[in-house]
Design a protein around this ligand. Structure first.
Ligand SMILES: Nc1ncnc2c1ncn2[C@@H]1O[C@H](COP(=O)(O)OP(=O)(O)OP(=O)(O)O)[C@@H](O)[C@H]1O
Ligand SMILES: [Mg+2]
Length: 255
């Protein structure tokens, strides 16, 4: 059996004339932690949005968990086992923290046809547990998300990822808005995923973090994948050369 968790072949996304993602061939294997790096606008988030069906791809194929997939929407991707922390956070502003954690997979006391009774206490208890594992300090989980800081929101989203067993975790710049302690905490969560064998795609501009955490680094430049390097066969300078176009790709000289 193949150990490939996620594969994209020729994945392409255009917004009108903008070639945001061109012909991306990407492979992630069981248990592997891969970083996706690249300049602003390189196509990293676009890649994530196609894989998770936030948007529909222009062309190309996506294989997940042994079969070709065409997810209808992000919830379908999530139900298939892809848990994502989006760069622009997909949280419901009007809902409190437990409701956000369980959005799309609410716990019920009972369900009968269209009638159901939410199990608020169970959801609240599991939320407090999840926040404990992330050491996230949120003053009052019953407050709507709209009253929280950017960092607190980010932490809710990461707690959600850590709380549910999944087949693949994708984090798009999870620590960009976080303080020093919270960043360290998220890195601990990521190491926990590695120990549990949960594969990860980590988008980050922080090369220190990338080299600390992942097995392999994939570089995006102008919508294309220009390098895929094992951590032990590269270094920070090498990666920067690919990011800036000094190395790799036909447009390497025009920078
Ligand atoms: N909805 C959209 N409509 C038109 N162009 C878009 C849209 N979303 C993204 N783009 C363009 O696609 C390109 C890739 O954007 P993307 O958000 O994937 O970059 P990124 O690598 O995630 O950058 P960053 O590091 O800044 O988050 C950019 O040129 C961007 O302007
Ligand atoms: Mg982005």
């Amino acid at each position: 059996m193949s150990d490939i968790v996620l594969e994209t072949r020729g994945l392409t996304k255009r917004y009108g004339g903008v070639h945001a993602l061109e012909d991306a061939d990407f492979i992630l294997r069981a248990g592997e932690h891969v970083a996706v790096v690249g300049d602003n606008g390189a196509g990293k988030s676009t890649f994530v949005r196609q894989v998770t069906a936030v948007e529909q791809k222009t062309s190309g194929q996506i294989f997940f968990d042994g079969r070709e997939v065409e997810f209808a929407d992000p919830l379908a991707a999530r139900e298939a086992g892809i848990e994502t922390v989006f760069q622009t956070l997909a949280l419901a502003d009007d809902l409190d923290v437990p409701s956000n954690l369980f959005l799309g997979r609410e716990l019920f006391k009972w369900r009968f046809g269209p009638f159901s009774w939410l199990d608020r206490k169970a959801m609240r208890d599991r939320t407090l547990e999840a926040l404990k594992t992330t050491a996230v300090k949120i003053p009052n989980v019953d407050n709507p998300i709209r009253n929280m800081s950017g960092g607190q929101r980010q932490c809710v989203s990461i707690a959600r990822t850590a709380a549910f067993a999944s087949k693949l975790v994708i984090m798009d710049e999870p620590t960009a808005a976080l303080g020093v302690q919270e960043t360290a905490q998220v890195e601990t969560i990521i190491r926990g995923l590695k120990e549990r064998g949960v594969p990860l795609i980590l988008i980050s501009h922080n090369l220190r973090q990338v080299f600390d955490l992942v097995d392999r680094i994939v570089v995006f430049r102008r919508g294309r994948i220009v390098a895929s390097l094992r951590k032990d066969e590269t270094d920070g300078n090498d990666i920067v050369s690919y990011i800036t176009g000094v190395k790799g790709g036909a447009d390497a000289v025009d920078a």
